[in-house]
Design a binder for this molecule. Structure first.
Ligand code: SAH
Ligand code: SF4
Ligand code: F3S
Length: 457
């Protein structure tokens, strides 16, 4: 009798994914959605309806971790109500904490390390069958990238698609946990990247964002002879993708050839994210960044000479151990000199495994907070001024979808990565449109569609 019922009842398979951290996590979450999609899982935006909850976590800063802990805490009650629910934690915190997560959170079923995503389907079936609790943290990639293209004819892509071209990092900046949780740098073969872009294009993507902790060193260790500019040219030559972006670039590895690509390639957006982290040589040395303030400014100068239109964004932190007032003034000075289009700024926090944990002269939290406020006030005035300079200009935007901020409007991005909200029909989603910028705010611009003939005049 039981058999007969089981045969008729379709098991409910609903997946809820929550992604924390960087775009590489967004990409891994997409892969999880696709992999579980081929097992019959539908994605749900509702936690209370999910049969599997997948948290893709980040440990880059203390704050990022706290967010994950608070989310995990909320899931306790849900699991108590529905013991069949499976809760999976993956990503950098999973790699960092492993079995400790299972002990601390008894409602967790599966902990997956950063090299284990490819093993998810099998492991999930395992924990569902015998209710074991498991932490899987392999030393080598279990990617099975060929798995990646399974069911590709069913893919549906957003207008802009993330695409990880290399994993890990070899740089060991002294504040950073990433090399310790993502492992050493490894690049994906170019043919595989091109194939994936072709599949994404067929699935509706118009833009790809090429991801890696330091894309400038792409190609090292591969059997083929290729570097990052070579990959960008290959993508332009052999795919139909309309726009290409990339992140992140390490200043020490920014080459003249990449500058040329930014100036010349039609598909490549005129924007580079070039984290500088600090504006003091003393601190940069302690951070193990391998450049000085003068080196950084020189690269920016050459970049702007090669490509005068280029938009520049960066990451910076305040309160690295031993940061004095004069070091911080140097950071403000650098910001004032470069005038970044946008800046992501953080308070330094100690991370496990990172060398700076042992550095003396930790900066007081209140002082870090005060420095961050000063820095952000300076950048806010620059960001707003630069946005206001856009008013009256004609810009080509890729319309990505409905605006999150402006209700009833659509939203797109300029080549410079500025968000533009506009009124228009949904049919233009996925299209490159020329707009006239009519208003500017801190985080976005307002645009009006104009006829193409006007754009050309
Ligand atoms: N690979 C990228 C950055 C990855 S982490 C690069 O090299 O630029 C993203 C940003 O988080 C870093 O650029 C840095 O500004 C910040 N960050 C990393 N570790 C941090 C820490 N321990 N405390 C505060 N901010 C940190
Ligand atoms: Fe971290 Fe430095 Fe590697 Fe970026 S380059 S991921 S900051 S170690
Ligand atoms: Fe965070 Fe890991 Fe990305 S620590 S920033 S999710 S590589």
């Amino acid at each position: 009798m039981e058999h007969a019922i089981a045969a008729y009842r379709q098991p409910v398979k609903r997946l809820f994914i929550q992604t924390f951290g960087c775009q590489m996590n967004e990409y891994d979450s997409l892969r999880v959605r696709r992999m579980l999609g081929t097992m019959g899982y539908e994605t749900t935006p509702r936690l209370d309806r999910a049969t599997v909850i997948f948290l893709n976590t980040c440990s880059v800063r203390d704050k990022a971790e706290q967010k994950v802990y608070s989310f995990l805490g909320r899931l306790r009650a849900l699991k108590a109500q529905r013991p069949q629910l499976k809760i999976i934690v993956a990503g950098c915190m999973a790699q960092q904490l492993g079995t400790a997560l299972l002990s601390r959170f008894p409602h967790l079923d599966l902990v997956l390390g950063t090299r284990a995503i490819g093993a998810l389907p099998e492991l999930l079936e395992g924990v569902q069958a015998d209710h074991r609790r498991l932490a899987h943290l392999p030393d080598t990639d279990q990617e099975g990238w060929q798995q990646l293209f399974q069911g590709a004819d069913q893919w549906i892509s957003g207008v802009s698609a993330p695409l990880t071209i290399m994993q890990g990092c070899n740089n060991f900046c002294t504040y950073c946990i990433v090399p310790h949780v993502r492992g050493r740098e490894r690049s994906r073969p170019s043919a595989e990247i091109v194939r994936e872009i072709q599949l994404l294009t067929a699935a509706g993507a118009k833009e790809v964002v090429l991801l890696g902790q330091n894309v400038n060193s792409y190609g090292q260790g591969l059997d083929e002879s290729i570097d990052f500019p070579g990959l960008l040219r290959l993508i332009e030559r052999t795919t139909d993708i309309r726009r290409v972006r990339f992140t992140t670039s390490h200043p020490k590895d920014l080459t003249a050839d990449l500058m040329r690509c930014l100036a010349e390639l039609k598909t490549l957006c005129r924007h580079i994210h070039l984290p500088f982290q600090a504006g003091s040589d003393r601190i940069l040395k302690k951070m193990n960044r391998h450049y000085t303030v003068a080196d950084y400014l020189d690269k920016v100068d050459r970049l702007r000479r090669a490509c005068p239109e280029i938009a520049l964004t960066a990451d910076v932190m305040v309160g690295f151990p031993g940061e004095r007032e004069d070091d911080f003034e140097g950071t403000l000075q650098l910001i004032d000199t470069v005038r970044f289009d946008n800046l992501f700024s953080f308070r330094y926090s100690d991370r496990p495994f990172a060398r700076a944990v042992q550095f003396p002269d930790k900066v007081d939290e209140a002082l870090k907070a005060e420095r961050l406020v000063r820095l952000q006030a300076l950048q806010a005035s620059i960001t707003l001024a630069k946005n206001q300079e856009e008013i009256g200009r004609l810009r080509e935007i890729l319309v990505e979808g409905e605006s999150r901020a402006a209700e009833g409007q659509l939203s797109g991005r300029t080549s410079h990565n500025r968000i533009v909200n506009l009124v228009g029909p949904r049919q233009i989603i996925g299209r490159l449109e020329t707009v006239k910028i009519v208003a500017a705010y801190m985080h976005s611009l307002k645009g009006e569609r104009i006829r193409n003939s006007e754009a050309l005049s």
